[in-house]
Ligand binder design. Structure first.
Ligand code: CA
Length: 226
């Protein structure tokens, strides 16, 4: 999952970026509101975290312009003032969720997780369960739903973020290019061999049939459904 963080507080961004990265999100960070206007049209983000008080252009104006242009990107709004009027204005302008500062990073992570699941039509149970596979997003481990004992199989960060993306997009044919767009930051080196290596490791851990290869086209998540 790739996120856009628009936040002018360097201290807050310094706190959030490593945390979001450790949760398996690729995160691009912008400070100036004017830069944020085009961002979701130029790049494939899965959600935005949008501060309201920004230099250049306010978060509320950005959100209104995104929505007026048909941009349906899920948006979690941050604001320094957690008043009911700000909350109503933000939600009325098309925000999907809202968090007042100061907040605990754990709460942001849980809200984001729920927001991303809802936007993909997945339920918000503790484990993400799709096609016979249960993914624990907190512990970054996975198991078959028929095997509910034990700790499950642990995943590396790269395997975890790839599997989560597949599980939120089941039955969709995903090209390597699309996967790279949604898994790596703008400034990251997008090496399609890395995706192949992660897929091969996921097959070793969960069975060969978990991800189907379509030659020259991409991959489809099948899970453990016979
Ligand atoms: Ca601000």
């Amino acid at each position: 999952m790739r996120l856009l963080l628009v936040e002018d507080s360097v201290a807050l961004a310094d706190e959030l970026l490593p945390r979001l990265r450790s949760e398996g999100y690729a995160c691009d960070w912008l400070v100036d509101g004017r830069d944020a206007l085009r961002a979701p049209f130029d790049d494939n983000y899965d959600a935005a975290i949008l501060d309201l008080g920004l230099p250049g252009k306010s978060g509320l104006d950005i959100l209104q312009e995104w929505r007026a242009a048909g941009q349906g990107l899920p948006v979690l709004v941050l604001t320094a003032r957690n008043s009911w009027s700000d909350r109503i204005t933000g939600l009325g302008a098309g925000a999907d969720d809202y968090l007042g500062k100061p907040f605990h990073p754990d709460e942001l992570v849980l809200r984001l997780r729920a927001l991303l699941r809802r936007s993909h039509g997945a339920d918000t149970t503790p484990l993400l369960t799709v096609n016979g596979i249960a993914l624990d997003e907190t512990r970054q481990c996975v198991r078959s739903i028929s095997d509910d004992k034990g700790d499950g199989i642990s995943l590396t960060g790269g395997e975890f973020s790839l599997l989560r993306y597949f599980m939120l997009n089941p039955r969709r044919l995903l090209s390597k290019w699309q996967l790279a767009e949604h898994l790596y930051r703008l400034d990251a080196e997008r090496n399609s061999n890395v995706i192949e290596v992660h897929i091969s490791h996921l097959r070793d851990k969960l069975g060969k049939g978990i991800i189907e290869t379509r030659r020259g086209q991409g991959y489809i998540f099948r899970g453990l459904v016979p």
